[in-house]
Design a protein around this ligand. Structure first.
Ligand code: IMO
Ligand code: MG
Length: 427
């Protein structure tokens, strides 16, 4: 039996979807355990491109059960639309292959309004959220009083009573923050959400109990992380993070599967670094090399279309992510994007106010002044998208991957040199 986890070690967008899809053949269950429709996972499959946001990547494979665990925040309208976009293309999505936890929290219209208001009022300190109401829903989850879980939608009377109370409170606070805001109408929300609940009924189960049975039946289970370890609310670059445990720390809390059940922990890293939204980024390149990486790597957000900030591979930050997750191996993605550069750099340490360190700072005030200590490696200046085994790679590209592995202290088991499945070197 194998219980595998695929987790991003940087600030998200590490091309986790490709590795999850790659491993799905050998797994019967694929589980998302945190986040919501802030994630954007692109999978190329049978010549088609699928962009998934809330649905686990496993949904694309016949025979695989896709699970939305208790740790997610679910926007039911977005979920239903995403499900329909797949069924319209002939992909099966029904109660037999998509399970949604009755413990997952529900994103309601006011969460999206609040997300926008908080961002607007934060000025220079805006987090640069995806605007999907993710953080505000998690805020209500932690606050408890104003939280609605998926299972609550099926207890009509208590749901109605709770919604009335919440909407009255939200209208009061939202109107105080911005008098121009249209008041929310509890009747409309109630009827819309009952309708969503009805459409989702066949999917909603106690996924924790279901996963425990799967473990007992020795099913192969794959955990699909969204975002990346440096966006983890506890371990990331707080407050410029997402509101969930997007490192491997979230597996246990977000699925009910004990951490020790995981037998293989794969960390996914991009061969360089990107970030969307605000927050410090020591290796960011504000020059033509950064723009070159953005152009060649198509570094524009899947969810919001924002241009991603690009920079050199940061081994200090990524090694920290690898330690937090306890990864056994890494997958190095998008190596082909660097192919035309004269020289490639890897940040091997930070200089923080004159002191050299390989520890990742706890506070953004320190990370903001961290100067990257760069190790320079000559570029290989050669197309590598046709490589299929390690020996097909030019010596420079091999040396680059070796440097990353050495600095992370973890071996690479996959090298991706293009978006297609075949463009993957297995080690
Ligand atoms: P995938 O799964 C990259 C970032 C946002 C913002 C911060 C908080 O595709 O790797 P949120 O809307 O979550 O409250 O925004 O987190 N962010 C991501 N960045 N990839 C993602 O997901 C992200 N999901 C959220 O840009 O900086
Ligand atoms: Mg993405």
């Amino acid at each position: 039996m194998s219980v595998t986890s695929v987790v991003g070690l940087q600030w998200g967008d590490e091309a986790k979807g490709k590795i999850v899809d790659f491993l799905t053949d050998s797994h019967e269950v694929v589980v998302r355990y945190q986040g919501g429709n802030n994630a954007g996972h692109t999978v190329k499959f049978d010549g088609e491109t699928y962009k998934l946001s809330l649905l686990p990547t496993g949904i694309l494979r016949p025979g695989v059960k896709a699970v939305i665990g208790n740790g997610l925040v679910v926007n039911p309208d977005a979920l239903l639309k995403e499900m329909k976009s797949l069924t319209d293309r002939g992909i099966r999505v029904d109660g037999g292959n998509l399970l949604v936890s009755d413990r997952a929290h529900v994103i309601l219209p006011y969460h999206i309004v609040e997300d926008a208001i908080f961002e607007k009022r934060s000025g220079n300190h805006a987090i640069g959220t995806t605007g999907r109401g993710i953080g505000t829903c998690y805020r209500d989850k932690a606050g408890r009083t104003h939280a609605i879980r998926i299972g609550d939608l099926y207890h009509r009377e208590t749901f109605r009573a709770k919604l009335d109370e919440i909407v009255a409170f939200k209208n009061l606070t939202l109107r105080a923050l911005d008098p121009a805001i249209e008041p929310l109408d509890a009747d409309t929300i109630y009827s819309n959400y009952l309708d969503y609940a009805d459409k989702l009924r066949s999917h909603v189960v106690d996924t924790t109990a279901w996963l425990h049975r799967s473990l007992k039946e020795k099913k192969n289970i794959l955990f699909e992380g969204a975002q990346g370890s440096l966006l983890d609310v506890d371990h990331g670059t707080f407050p410029y993070v997402t509101s969930s445990n997007s490192s491997a720390a979230g597996i246990h809390s977000g699925s009910g599967v004990p951490q020790r059940a995981v037998t293989r922990m794969i960390g996914v890293v991009k061969a360089y670094t990107t970030r969307v939204g605000g927050g410090p980024f020591p290796t960011e390149l504000h020059n033509e090399i950064g723009q070159h990486i953005r152009d060649v790597g198509h570094e524009y957000g899947t969810v919001t279309g924002r241009p991603r900030r690009c920079g050199w591979f940061d081994a200090v930050a990524t090694a920290y992510g690898a330690r937090v997750c306890g990864v056994d191996e890494i997958a190095v993605m998008l190596l082909d994007v660097l192919a035309q550069l004269d020289e490639v750099c890897v940040c091997e340490a930070y200089d923080i106010r004159g002191e050299r360190t390989t520890d990742f700072p706890s506070h953004v005030e320190d990370l903001e002044v961290a100067k990257p200590v760069l190790r320079k490696i000559p570029g290989w200046k050669q197309d590598i998208t046709h490589a299929r085994k390690l020996s097909d790679l030019p010596a420079g590209a091999r040396r680059y991957v070796d440097t990353i592995c050495e600095l992370l202290g973890v071996p690479a088991k996959f090298i991706s040199i293009g978006p297609d499945r075949e463009q993957t070197i297995l080690l």
